[in-house]
Design a protein around this ligand. Structure first.
Ligand code: ADP
Ligand code: ZN
Ligand code: ZN
Length: 726
């Protein structure tokens, strides 16, 4: 008799045993294969973890598996080890962890074999970019001229329709082919033109290329210092060895600009993208390509960390400080941290790049766990941005913009430059206020305000999405004297349109870019010089290159200075530095204006006078004093429910589970947003000097929760290494 231990997608911290009848034993069953098993009254897809000759399940209880789905494992031993590590580290059920990683078709027990991908490229006729009446057709040709070739999927993600593609095929301006390239490993990659590295870049490249086995690097380089160039030249060496590479980018960093740059550099290398807009089919395709080695480079967001690779040679995490690498629900993993585990597993180099490294990463670099590589100068210009704190106390202002700031804007615009105005709040104003009685528009279900969206005439809660018509009268006193209170990007745009009637303005935030392809279109417009003033939220801060921006105005710095989240100042400093990095690419120094009521604040002074590098190292010493992460290790249990007592009791019950030394507990404390969508929210913070102590404690706690009746009455989640305290 043979048995198998399997993982099934159920919210339980355990695995299950089944027996295998001889008949089913061929093909030879191996870990990583999928089987179908009876589970209660259902049939479920399960993944084999181990084969056993005995089991603790009594003979009359053990059920046989129904059938074996795969001939070969869908998860290699190494991949299974990664998922087991992930499940253990984040205290998440293994079956659910595997479920998160697998593409939908594989989860559902199908075994389609996708090995080809639809690509298009320009024909000779198309390469001449003939003048076409249809603008979208012409812009598709231009896109292909930039990228060389592209998958149909990518073009659709950019907002091009099947109709546009088909018309160009009909006109024989583009041609379609199936990419199925298994040969790239056998030939040296074609490499497009590239600049000669400067000294710092060369040192960085050599260090990375000479690394033998698992080595982690922090590439700390100001925006525009040529980090991407270092990645590209390191990747060239990886490709020459016939190895694959994974390039992780933030959600928002996956722009055509980035991708085109990789494609132009390696024109005959199969490069694939991975992001949240892929269809199930496309996910499966990419998964299969990686697994078979038919794809050399994956540029992907967070979840690409779970892709299978035949021979992975390097992992790069660009903008490693970006919070989109952390999943904020279900399996709350951090792709950067899992990247470190994967690099260790594959025994390969890991490169983390940023202009504003997370304090977690910097801490490891300072303690020599990561090798620090610095790029201190901009690659193309030798100019540094000039920072200036604009004291708002007593300043005349309109729509939150100081008159002095407006005067600077005018100067830059008159010289034909672009100006960027940054405010991290979308909508017209965060609340409406009644002039008569002081009533504030609040969400009825959350302890927060409802945001006024003027253009669509709606009040929207940004936390639960509740939406209703703008009231004409104050619901409390009936007065019609109700006004917007506070500023959002929509209001800034309206004010600037009135102030600079002849200047084209583009607003970039989640509201203005909801439609597929609209962000790309807006960015394109900006780069063609169409828009002269750019108003936006943090969507503007990352990754995009704007050649003509010479002034960056940051409106509301103060909200980040005083916050209950101990990471708020770190995030503010990162944001300011990233936003500022958009200026001064055109050869002259950029000007960065920070509007604040606290110009003497030591953090702002440090940031403005000495830069992020200095600020971050100082901030780390503060974390030492306060014994906060990354000096200590943290986990957090969040609980919410309609019944406040149940929520409190659930968390209070967890507190005594502490037979483990070296643990500090804080809570239950109310979440910063105490009520969302009608539910009360509380937290328990768990901290430990030693990571092993933290995990010992968490293991016990998760065991305890599995027996707790209250756990079924409230919604709870465990967040290991939380990055925000909401
Ligand atoms: P980062 O990724 O740090 O923002 P990039 O690699 O995008 O920097 O470089 C910024 C600009 O400088 C790009 O236009 C790039 O082509 C150019 N560049 C990078 N390295 C060099 C170099 N060694 N010589 C000339 N130009 C360079
Ligand atoms: Zn009122
Ligand atoms: Zn709400």
């Amino acid at each position: 008799m043979h048995f198998v231990e399997v993982a099934i997608k159920v919210p339980l911290q355990r695995t299950f045993d089944y027996k295998v009848e001889q008949l089913l034993h061929s093909p030879e069953l191996k870990p990583g294969m999928r089987v179908r098993v009876p589970f209660g009254s259902q049939k479920k897809v399960a993944v084999v973890l181990a084969l056993k000759t005995s089991t603790d399940v009594p003979a009359d209880k053990i059920k046989p598996i129904i059938d074996v789905i795969d001939d070969t494992p869908v998860l290699s031993e190494q991949h299974l080890a990664l998922l087991k590590f992930t499940a253990r580290y984040y205290c998440y059920p293994l079956g659910e962890t595997i479920h998160t990683a697998l593409p939908a078709a594989l989860r559902q027990g199908e075994c389609p074999d996708k090995t080809s991908i639809n690509m298009v490229e320009l024909t000779d006729k198309g390469a001449k970019l003939p003048s076409l009446k249809a603008k979208t057709q012409l812009s598709l040709l231009k896109q292909l001229a930039e990228s060389g070739k592209s998958s149909v999927t990518e073009l659709k993600a950019l907002g091009f329709t099947k109709k546009t593609i088909d018309s160009l095929l009909d006109k024989e301006l583009i041609t379609q082919f199936i990419e199925h390239d298994n040969q790239w490993q056998q030939r040296a990659p074609t490499v497009g033109s590239k600049p000669v590295l400067n000294k710092e870049q060369a040192v960085a490249c050599t260090s990375i290329n000479q690394a033998r086995g698992f080595t982690s690097f922090l590439l700390e380089g100001v925006t525009g210092s040529g980090k991407t160039e270092v990645y590209l030249q390191c990747l060239e060496e990886v490709l020459k060895k016939g190895q694959q590479a994974l390039v992780l980018v933030p959600e928002i960093g996956l722009t055509p600009q980035t991708v085109n740059r990789f494609r132009r550099r390696f024109p005959d290398t199969p490069i694939m993208l991975w992001h949240s807009a892929l269809t199930d089919n496309e996910r499966l395709q990419t998964w299969r390509f990686c697994e078979k080695g038919s794809c050399a480079i994956v540029i992907g967001t967070r979840s690409s960390i779970f892709l299978p690779f035949l021979s992975l040679g390097m992992i790069i995490v660009d903008e490693e400080h970006d919070s989109s690498f952390k999943q904020q629900d279900t399996l709350r993993y951090h792709a950067r941290d899992l990247a470190a585990y994967r690099a260790y597993q594959h025994n390969i180099p890991l490169v983390l790049g940023s202009a504003t490294p997370a304090l977690e990463t910097l801490h490891k670099a300072i303690n020599n766990k990561y090798q620090l590589l610095s790029l201190t100068e901009r690659a193309q210009t030798s100019t540094d941005n000039q920072f200036q704190l604009m004291d708002m106390k007593g300043q005349p202002e309109q729509a939150g913009i100081a008159h002095a700031s407006l005067a600077y804007m005018r100067q830059h615009l008159e010289r034909g430059k672009q100006v960027m105005v940054f405010l991290n709040r979308r909508g017209f104003s965060p609340t409406l206020i009644c002039h008569e009685c002081g009533w504030l528009s609040e969400c009825s279900r959350c302890s927060t305000s409802a945001t006024f969206h003027k253009a669509i005439g709606q009040m929207i809660c940004h936390h639960c999405g509740e939406q209703h018509q703008v009231p004409h009268q104050c619901p409390d006193c009936g007065s019609t004297q109700i006004f917007p209170n506070g500023k959002g990007t929509e209001q800034i745009e309206e004010f600037l349109t009135q102030t600079f009637p002849d200047i084209p303005i583009s607003r970039i935030d989640r509201d203005s870019t909801r439609r597929k392809g609209s962000l790309e279109k807006a960015l394109d417009d900006i780069n063609q010089g169409g828009a002269r003033i750019l108003v936006g939220t943090q969507m503007l801060a990352k990754g995009h290159h704007f050649a003509d921006v010479s002034l960056v105005l940051i409106l509301d710095v103060d909200s980040g200075l005083y916050s209950c989240d101990f990471r708020a100042t770190e995030h503010l400093a990162q944001l300011v530095t990233q936003v500022a990095g958009r200026a001064g690419r055109s050869g002259e120094p950029g000007q960065v204006l920070l509007q604040t009521h606290f110009p003497e604040h030591p953090l702002l002074q440090d940031l403005v006078n000495n830069g992020y590098q200095d600020f971050a190292r100082y901030a780390l010493t503060e974390r030492v004093d306060a014994q906060l992460p990354p000096i200590t290790n943290m986990a957090m249990v969040r609980a919410e429910g309609h019944n406040i007592n149940q929520v409190m009791d659930f968390l209070t019950d967890l507190v005594p589970v502490q037979n483990v030394s070296g643990i500090q507990l804080l809570g239950p404390i109310p979440a910063p947003l105490e009520r969302v969508a009608g539910k009360y929210r509380f937290q328990l913070h768990i901290q430990a000097q030693e990571r092993s102590h933290l995990h010992q404690y968490l293991a016990q706690m998760v065991d305890y929760i599995s027996t707790s009746k209250l756990a079924q009455k409230v919604r709870w989640s465990l967040d290991v290494d939380p990055i925000d305290m909401i």
